[in-house]
Write a protein that binds this ligand. Structure first.
Ligand code: NDP
Length: 328
């Protein structure tokens, strides 16, 4: 492709799906500098890599704060993140500098909802424990009270944050015979009727639910939302699942709730920090299932996310529409 004028500089903080790289490298508008690794870019290399960049394509593990923005300098027009969550971006600093932001909503909703349902079932029906018992010889015979868990049929499910992903989770859970679907958040949702959703206070949701699913965004308001007081209000037989962000949960309080019998079990796709150290107390518990933040990890979803983040970046560079621009 013929290019008019100078190419703009783009820094990509990690190897991304080839669907995205192809769009960037064939657009003819930017020169791409890639942190060519599957591991996160060290902070010093991030600060160096962004120097003079017009665009940054980053991941949720890259903290984009004032220091990074200052290192990039006045050329920076756009930040495109390969995620729907944007709690790693210092939006106030970004706004001050008039920089546009692209993100990847919708395209990962189905994959993340599916994984959350899988995690809920795995946790409630104790699948990892069962698999382990088969391998280690603990399976001696069919036993009436062995490896019993909790079923969804006739249950009350509480969804904290009935947004895109929360709604998709609710839609997938209802066919399991869920009796009541409660949700909490800042506002009641018009589409909640599709899942017979009842908008309730957080207190009501926590004390009446058999399964609690956290799918809200991480904000100053939701940080540490699931703490000692929260777990104390839950039923002893209730299962807690979080696929939003680790920092919504106070992990010490969760550990206490799981070991004291305050709650039955927990399934986490997200933790603080990530990765969770292998000697973390939560990993010693049979009633806690921890996954390595794989909500959106299907081949096709990651490919579409890669393409969308590249298109967002190009729109920001060229001053045209971005397919998914964050308004803030
Ligand atoms: P949405 O913006 O559609 O939904 C976020 C929801 O959070 C909204 O319904 C919002 O409710 C709710 N919320 C905000 N503040 C509060 C609060 N104080 N209490 C309760 N609910 C609140 O985003 P998505 O559904 O697309 O994504 C949600 C989150 O999921 C992302 O922010 C990300 O952190 C996480 N995620 C995790 C993935 C994984 O791999 N595990 C993959 C993708 C996303 P209201 O509208 O009323 O403000």
């Amino acid at each position: 492709m013929q290019t008019v004028g100078k190419l703009m500089k783009v820094f990509v903080t990690r190897r991304i799906p080839q669907e995205g790289m192809k769009i960037l490298t064939t657009a003819g508008v930017c020169e791409v500098s890639l942190w060519d690794s599957d591991e996160p870019v060290p902070r010093a290399d991030l600060l160096k890599g962004v120097q003079g960049a017009h665009g940054i394509l980053c991941l949720l593990s890259d903290k984009i704060d004032a220091e990074v923005l200052d290192a990039a300098g006045p050329n920076l027009k756009v930040i495109s993140t390969l995620s729907v969550g944007f709690d790693h971006l210092a939006l106030d600093e970004i706004k001050k500098r008039g920089i546009r932001v692209g993100y990847t909503p919708d395209v990962l909703t189905d994959a993340t909802a599916e994984l959350t349902v899988a995690l809920l079932l795995a946790t409630a029906r104790r699948l990892p424990e069962g698999v382990e018992e088969v391998k280690n010889g603990g399976w001696s015979s069919w036993k009436p009270l062995w490896l019993c868990g909790y079923g969804l049929s006739g249950s009350t499910v509480g969804v904290i944050g009935l947004g895109r992903i929360g709604m998709a989770i609710a839609q997938r859970l209802m066919p399991f015979g869920v009796k009541r679907l409660l949700y909490s958040g800042r506002t009641a949702k018009a589409n909640a009727a599709e899942v017979n959703g009842e908008f309730v206070s957080l207190d009501t949701l926590v004390s009446e639910s058999d399964f609690i699913v956290v799918s809200c965004s991480l904000t100053p308001e939701t940080q540490g939302l699931c703490d000692k007081a929260f777990f104390c209000k839950m039923k002893n037989t209730a299962v807690f699942v979080n696929s939003s962000r680790g920092a919504v949960v106070n992990q010490e309080d969760l550990y206490e709730a799981l070991t004291s019998g305050q709650i039955a079990a927990a399934g986490l796709d997200v933790t603080t920090p990530e990765p969770l150290p292998t000697n973390h107390p939560l990993l010693t518990l049979k009633n806690c299932v921890v996954l390595p933040h794989i909500g959106s990890a299907t081949y096709s979803t990651r490919g579409v996310m890669g393409a969308l983040s590249a298109q967002n970046l190009l729109g920001g560079l060229q001053g045209t529409d971005m397919p998914s621009e964050l308004t803030f």
